[in-house]
Design a protein around this ligand. Sequence first.
Ligand code: PGA
Length: 250
Amino acid sequence: MRRKLVAGNWKMHGTLQKNAVLLEEVRRGVSGLGCEVAVCPPYPYLGQAQSILAGSAVGLGAQSVSEHAFGAYTGEVSAAMLLEFGCRYVLVGHSERRALHGETDAQVAAKFEAARNAGLVPILCVGETLAERQAGRTESVVAGQLSAILDRFGVAAMAAAVVAYEPVWAIGTGITASPAQAQAVHAAIRARVAARDAEVADGLRILYGGSVKPQNAVELFGQADIDGGLIGGAALVADDFLNICLAANR
Ligand code: PGA
């Protein structure tokens, strides 16, 4: 049985004051839940989140990581630095990083490996654009994004990773993939991993992301291959985020 994971991707939102309230509420609200919960605040707030969440059940993650260990990479943050701030997870290949910062599959793979080598759990984000879906290319796009990891590092690299399927057209738009649409892609992802190693595929957590709300979370998380969610907008509202966590706990 895969333990569900709900991770909040705060993106570039927050202030010290607002975060303090949100983190306290999340910390209190998740105690006793059976699912795993994590938050991914912007880099400068990791220290604040680390201290507020200390000793709680809420895990900490970052939204990106450098593929390099150290050096002359202005503006970048290494995996070792994230570990020092208590991070367990890191998003790699979020569609906003791919689209707005030009991250290629090769770069995403390098970040994935840098994270894994440091002992972080990479959450590999994959997903198609609307044009790709309309052209019937959803599965091949997602397969290509997965292959960038599988072909380079082998299926074993997936054993200590998480995948997040986030259709680009559903992110921040209020349009969610239907549970059946999401399930179909999740099953295809798992089958692709299973073709290389059934055990790794069986243990792999595949999160859904893209306009998850308390109202649609129960049905999404009820699908056989959906093992939780990556939550953007709704992760900034404590009640919404906690209700989504509750939906993963059923
Ligand atoms: P959203 O974002 O929940 O606001 O659609 C999800 C994400 O980008 O991870």
